[in-house]
Design a protein around this ligand. Sequence first.
Ligand code: TEU
Ligand code: CA
Length: 532
Amino acid sequence: MKEWYKEAVVYQIYPKSFCDTNGDGIGDICGIISKLDYLKELGVNTIWLSPCYVSPGDDNGYDIADYRKIDPVYGSMDDFKAMLSEMKKRGMRLLMDLVVNHTSDEHKWFEESRKSKDNPYRNYYIWRDPVNGHEPNEWQSNFGGSAWEYDKTTGQYYLHLFSKKQPDLNWENPKVRQEIVDMMNYWLEMGVDGFRCDVINLISKDIENGISGDGPRLHEYIHLLNREALAPHNAMTVGEVWGLSPEESLMLTHPERQELSMVFQFEHMGVGRTGGRFYLGEFEPEKYVSVLAKWQEGLNGKGWNAICVENHDQSRCINRIGNTDKYRYESATMIATLVYAMQGTPYIFQGQELGLINPIFSSLEECRDIEALNAYPELLKEFDEEEVMRRFSGDSRDCGRAPIPWDDSENGGFTTGTPWLKLHDRYKEINAKADLLSSKSVYKYYKSLIRLHLENKTMLYGDFDLLYNKDSLSVYQRSGEDGIYKVICNFCDKPCAIDFNVLPETVILSNYSVEEEISELAPYQALIVKEV
Ligand code: TEU
Ligand code: CA
């Protein structure tokens, strides 16, 4: 069935790092407004805005203290409404970040909840008695340490699957569910078009039976949000879920179930990790492509994929998959071609369209992310300081969060003040202005790719077939209403032979100019070829 979300091309803005207009070193809503023409020109038609609600900022806004207010550091509600209307003027839609597995401990619900066992808000959160003077169970927080925090006022522990400043909401409580529904309607009625739903599969738990996510009432809760808020507004949703199979994801997204529009899967982003975060090994292109292919085949005709390369929890793809020096343009555009010529709704993380690279962190003082800060003492038990910083420079969440360099002036024109987090080290050379002036512009390539995606029915809706995937070469086919296309990618910094010839007149898009018949791909070459 045709749905608007299937023809969305989404650009993720991480507001803290996008564009600062008042010199406090932190991006803001006025900064976003100032770049809407840049985004319109790129061709994206939907913005996903990471949290900009009132927050103490323990996890950069994923710890919300007031769901209905804009944090003053980003601007006022008037600024927000102006931004929304400027987006609408340009035919763009807006997705807000819905972070409802937890709030901030500075949310008024939690401040009430912790006061006493009989406070009306007590049951908004998850409280348990100590067991033999200890935590109720062994659960670990995603950011390290126990998932339980003792609160001496009432002598009980509360659950926090993330930082201790992010207490988990108790979805078993119908009042909590109603609060969330009302809050979603508040934003939808203001004109927001949908939500990216943070760790949405964690909202249902069965603590007594050791279940910390994907709990027994998950589908009931999400269906409720759909019925009471999303469906009446024809809103789009993308769920953030970790570790699901395509079959499990269909349970959340099959249209008949009326839950979510689509989910992100992160399986391909984990390719090359030898352990958890901070344990990167060699990247394996064959595995990367086969994971993506599995999701293409698993959802085709039944569900719908969110296709993405990076986000604010990941490092930059060219550092991991591509080549940041000699072939930065080629590898950035090859990865984009491989992923965005597949079937699904594209999500582009800010800066990806410029082929941005990771910063190099040389001391802990340069790092900001709570996950890295918490992991630091643990990693030091295993590695020396230099090695820990090398790991942070390759795999910490600060990598993708580095502020955007808009030009080659001091701090890349991101701010006139001191940026809250350092920019990548080569911003004098790699920035938006330089990219747009270059004959090898990543932005312009993205623009062509987005246009092709939106204008070609095969690219939008066609079937996917993996034809070849070995070592550094992958070939897949899209077939549909507007013909048959082959997408051919070379993941390596050396030429790669193919056993067929490509005629220049059949090339729809490539990151190299193709003047004559070829039977070999150049380093990191990508081709979209029309079958004749
Ligand atoms: O991320 C969920 C999440 O599971 C990741 O933070 C993950 O724990 C981490 O990257 C593993 O190394 C979402 C948001 O995207 C993230 O920014 C938030 O910190 C988190 O939820 C809590 O709200
Ligand atoms: Ca600012």
